[in-house]
Ligand binder design. Structure first.
Ligand code: GUN
Length: 300
């Protein structure tokens, strides 16, 4: 039997509906809307398209946004100065600041990302936010990792005590997701129950030996490498939940890291690409931007 499809688009729409109401309440209370400023460097079509969809989603829920586009020849110093100027208010009050990745090779990515003040770091990439997540007291959770967790919770996928195998150890997805899913459940006021935490997590990478034997142990298998066809049917335990974070363009088509059709006949649940994790990444960015605005407003 073919696996159940986990529909990220419909879940993202439901999340957006909730956020629209919360943003409305925020605007009524504080007399302004949350605001997101996105820095787009260079002319990569994929990055421009992601940024466009982030700005469109912000508009749908009532969050103001601005895209600051700079040429791909920008230097580290210029980008650090730009981010610092945005934080100072040169582009209007920015509750959230996001630097779209990847950055051109000449740029020191870490220096630029570290220039984003941690209380506006809606990507959750700043070391302060990474540290808070690693200590089990997250503030801004990287959006894709938060989206994967939300999808598991929404689908009722049990993670407590189960084996989660994550392939890919990036700072953006694999590593924060491993922290998130292996964490103790948060205490009141918002327990997430048995789903989305308390997992036994194995974080695999390019040096992991015998990846298939590891991935076959997974109740939940997450592919987050960026290599089409990496996860084949023989690497999946029958009935497993397969989450495909990969976004690769092959012959003009978007595909994930999972060999979708064969794996679909083995898995219990599977995310499509496109229409799986991608829309949730955007929805979590909106949630983080609202959180950033609330934190700033409460600080006065
Ligand atoms: N490029 C691909 N994914 C992301 C993301 O989550 N945040 C940023 N800033 N850039 C990305």
């Amino acid at each position: 039997m073919a696996a159940e499809l986990l529909d990220g688009r419909s879940l993202a729409t439901r999340i957006e509906d909730g956020l629209r109401a919360e943003v409305g309440t925020y605007a009524t209370l504080f007399g302004r809307r949350p605001r997101l400023v996105v820095v787009l460097v260079g002319g990569m079509a994929a990055s421009a398209s992601y940024v466009k969809s982030k700005a469109a989603a912000a508009t749908r829920v009532g969050i103001d946004s601005e895209v600051v586009a700079v040429p791909g020849t920008a230097t580290t110093e210029e980008l650090v100065a730009l981010v610092t100027a945005i934080a100072r208010g040169d582009h209007g009050a920015a509750d959230g600041i996001l630097v779209q990745l990847p950055l051109p090779l000449q740029v020191d990515k870490t220096a630029v990302l570290d220039a984003v003040p941690p209380d506006r770091d809606v990507d959750g990439f700043h070391p302060e936010n990474a540290g808070l997540l690693s200590q089990g007291r997250p503030r801004f959770i990287p959006c894709t990792a938060a989206g994967v967790q939300r999808m598991l919770i929404d689908a009722g996928v049990e993670t407590a005590g189960r084996r989660v195998v994550i392939v890919g150890r990036s700072d953006i997805v694999g590593r924060p997701l491993a922290l998130l899913l292996s964490a103790k459940p948060p205490r009141a006021p918002a327990p997430v129950g048995a789903s989305g935490c308390d997992a036994t997590v194995t974080l695999c990478h390019s040096r992991s030996t015998d990846l298939p034997s590891l991935s076959r142990q997974a109740d939940v298998l997450v592919a987050a490498v960026g290599r089409p066809g990496l996860i084949t049917a023989d690497m999946v335990r029958p009935g497993a939940t397969v989450i495909d974070v990969g976004v690769n363009r092959v012959d003009g088509r978007l595909v994930g890291d999972v060999d979708f059709e064969p794996v679909r006949t083995i898995a219990g649940r599977i995310t499509p690409v496109p229409g799986g994790v991608g829309p949730l990444t955007v929805a979590m960015l909106l949630a983080n931007t609202l959180l950033a605005a609330e934190l700033r407003s409460r600080q006065g």
